[in-house]
Design a binder for this molecule. Structure first.
Ligand SMILES: Cc1ncc(COP(=O)(O)O)c(C=O)c1O
Length: 436
């Protein structure tokens, strides 16, 4: 199966084979060596300047992001979250869950983040210490302007926390010149390992400060990992075999070179975009906002995601649905992982081939939906008319009953009057006569 979802990705046989290395105990020196190797390779790949500390933990990308968010602030200081998609919403949700008094600035999901509101927020809120941003918003395929946001934060004396879960290895980023304080990544996307190992690279001086901050989490407290990993240990039981595979994936990355990998991904993305444009598929974002590894397309009128997905899956390709507010309107095609041009061309051929079938299925579904809607409307109208008739009949019955009751009361009253008259005559009371 060719995976065109943004992780888990297809891995090479070499990475898969690494899972079969010998069983080891994570408290033995072999595992310590493995940890050291991985940390060294992460630094060589992404932070060659040497002033970033890599922290490894077992967990998905969210674990790495949550560890970064919950470890980066002392009490009383705030995190500013730049929100323009599912994953930045998640940062905000994490901060909320830990009662961190985050401040959020929201932007449209299909528009570039604006500088001014960020500048204003930083000027007006002295308690903000960290600006959190997602590098590649995987929910839309938007590459956020992290370099610019980093410069704004630097001017205001703050630093960035970057969710780079779907971009490390797939997009350019220079931690120092982008003013990165912490950056979270994961094994299962552009690094082309299996999911399950998360990591955070932390600027060394910040790491030293973070050691003094109050602990918010047991499993996700970065200083706990830092202290032990600096001594060649790891605090909790790691997913040992996944670390082997991650190490092999990092070997591949370093052999290919990060710059070359980015170039390969861009080439694959171009292939997808050019062919999709040629068959008039509509892009969700404008071109300057595109990442190198994922493209979001608007679902064509009358075409449904599940049809596209199922028809492509039958042909050996997995695409991805939209999330949250975009669940019904877009589909996504990622090009991360051990993919070749042949894989992508095969996908594009399959896409073109199945599209008419998806359109036909869509038409049938639309007709069926219209038929069902018509039936439902008819039923609703019938029920409404019946209800109205029943209501009228009820009102009429009530009116008649009221009239009858009134007549009976009147009859009763006049009967009583007559009796009273009779009685007054019998008692010798003068008869009251009316009229002349
Ligand atoms: C940008 C970004 N952040 C965080 C995550 C969460 O990662 P995970 O699903 O591995 O927890 C993802 C997953 O796709 C992502 O794309």
């Amino acid at each position: 199966m060719i995976l065109l979802n943004p992780g888990p990705v297809n891995v090479s046989d070499r990475v898969r084979q690494a899972l079969l290395k010998p069983d080891i105990c994570h408290r033995e020196s072999e595992f310590n060596d493995l940890i050291e190797d991985i940390r060294d390779k992460l630094v060589r790949a992404f932070a060659p300047g040497g002033n970033f500390v890599p922290i490894l933990l077992t967990g998905s990308g969210t674990a790495a992001v949550e560890a970064a968010v919950t470890s980066c602030l002392p009490p009383g200081r705030r995190i500013l979250v730049i929100k323009n998609g599912v994953y930045s919403q998640r940062i905000s949700a994490i901060a909320n869950a830990h009662k961190m008094q985050n401040m959020d600035i929201s932007f449209e999901w299909d528009q570039r983040v604006e500088n001014e509101p960020i500048e204003v927020a930083l000027r007006q809120n002295k308690a903000i210490q960290v600006v959190a941003v997602v590098h590649h918003e995987t929910s839309t395929g938007m590459l956020n302007p992290v370099k610019e946001i980093g410069a704004i934060a630097k001017k205001a004396g703050r630093f960035l926390l970057v969710d780079s879960v779907s971009s490390l290895g797939g997009e350019e980023i220079d931690f120092n010149s982008y003013n990165v304080g912490l950056i979270a990544g994961s094994s299962g996307k552009c690094i082309q390992g299996f999911p399950g190992v998360g990591f955070v690279l932390v600027r060394r001086d910040l790491m030293e400060q973070m050691v003094t901050y109050e602990q918010r989490s047991v499993y996700l407290h970065l200083p706990t990992y830092y202290k032990q990993q600096e001594e060649g240990a790891i605090p909790f039981t790691p997913a040992v075999q996944l670390y082997y595979a991650f190490d092999e994936a990092l070997n591949e990355l370093l052999e290919e070179g990060v710059t070359n990998r980015i170039a390969r991904y861009r080439k694959l993305a171009r292939l997808i975009r050019n062919r999709m444009r040629a068959i008039r598929m509509k892009f969700y974002l404008r071109e300057p906002l595109w990442s190198s590894t994922l493209t979001a397309f608007t679902l064509p009128e009358g075409v449904f995601y599940d049809h596209l997905h199922d028809l492509l899956r039958e042909r050996g390709y997995v695409i991805y649905a939209g999330q949250a507010q975009l669940a019904e309107s877009i589909f996504r095609v990622a090009n991360m992982g051990a993919l070749t041009e042949v894989n992508i061309t095969g996908f594009l051929d399959a896409f073109e081939e199945m599209l008419p079938e998806a359109q036909k299925l869509g038409e049938e579904r639309v007709k069926e939906m219209e038929r069902l809607t018509g039936e439902r409307k008819e039923k609703e109208e019938r029920e409404k008319a019946e209800a109205e008739a029943a209501k009228k009949a009820e009102e009429e019955a009530a009116r008649l009953a009221k009239e009858k009751a009134l007549a009976e009361a009147e009859a009763k009253a006049s009967g009583k009057e007559k009796d009273a008259d009779k009685l007054s005559i019998a008692e010798g009371k003068p008869e009251v006569k009316t009229g002349a």
